[in-house]
Design a protein around this ligand. Sequence first.
Ligand code: NAP
Length: 307
Amino acid sequence: MSRVYDRVALIGLGLIASSIFWAIRRGDLAGEVTGYARSGATRDTARRIGLCDRVCDSAAEAVAGADLVILCVPVGAMGQVTADIAGALKPGATVSDVGSVKRAVIDAVGPHLPEGVHFVPAHPLAGTEHSGPESGFAGLYDNRWCIIVPSDQSTDPDAVARLRALWEGMGANVDEMDADHHDLVLAVTSHVPHAIAYTMVGVADHLRRVTESEVVKYSAAGFRDFTRIAASDPTMWRDVFLNNREATLDILGRFTEELFVLQRAIRMGDGDHLYEYFTRTRAIRRGIIEAGQDTDAPDFGRAAKRP
Ligand code: NAP
């Protein structure tokens, strides 16, 4: 894979940014990658582990001369970070992001960008429950989807095509989607499942005081997977729910209705309903495995995927 950009700047140096850096290096996709994180501790860690070719002490310094700037901070911080770098952006540069919500990010980032800068939002559908600069790895995006969500400021086909080439070079499959549709799809596939996991772990946490650690001790089945999801970064997820409120509430409402139907079937002893329902959901799981988005290996093969 040949170089897609001469210079890439990563703003925020957590799981997603560090995985981008290692994937860019693996594919030799950019000449130089600069990086910036707001805390000195994160910048020190980045320097120590060789994350980025150059770690800068200001966001403006990191983006100066960059052909592509990727915002890798929580969704609620995107607007302020863009305001901080706007004056230092190179004319003709592309700004992108990796935020898990797209409409709110477009509304927060777009107004700060100067004329002549392209804005091509994106969202890699890949992650782990870990965060921070040491959690990234080159293979995070392999065979995962990255959704590009063109904005009013991404009318230049070349800017979109180059960003697509970068994500494909990092191993991802790329799709394009409208921002509102993206937010609805992600509410179903990611945001509400996280809300449910957070809630279930909260319920068990409450119960644990009664059963004295049995919940933890016997957690090996379904509960353990809820705890993995519910260990995700609190700042990131607070921002996701605050910024994808409409779609999340819509899907949560539907979830609650389904839950009541299930609850009633259990109460009425309606085994046929339960069997038919679980047969349908099992088929969805099979579809995900057949699409290569997970494995049927024990523990979902997660241990095998980590470096
Ligand atoms: P992370 O590991 O927690 O890293 C977040 C980075 O953002 C850190 O460098 C942090 O700086 C910086 N940051 C936090 N709050 C900030 C603020 N108010 N102003 C400026 N910088 C701030 O997070 P991540 O998992 O890489 O997530 C980054 C983005 O990717 C988020 O928008 C998230 O929605 C999206 N995303 C995440 C996943 C996932 O599964 N994790 C998947 C797809 C997309 P310090 O280290 O200095 O505190």
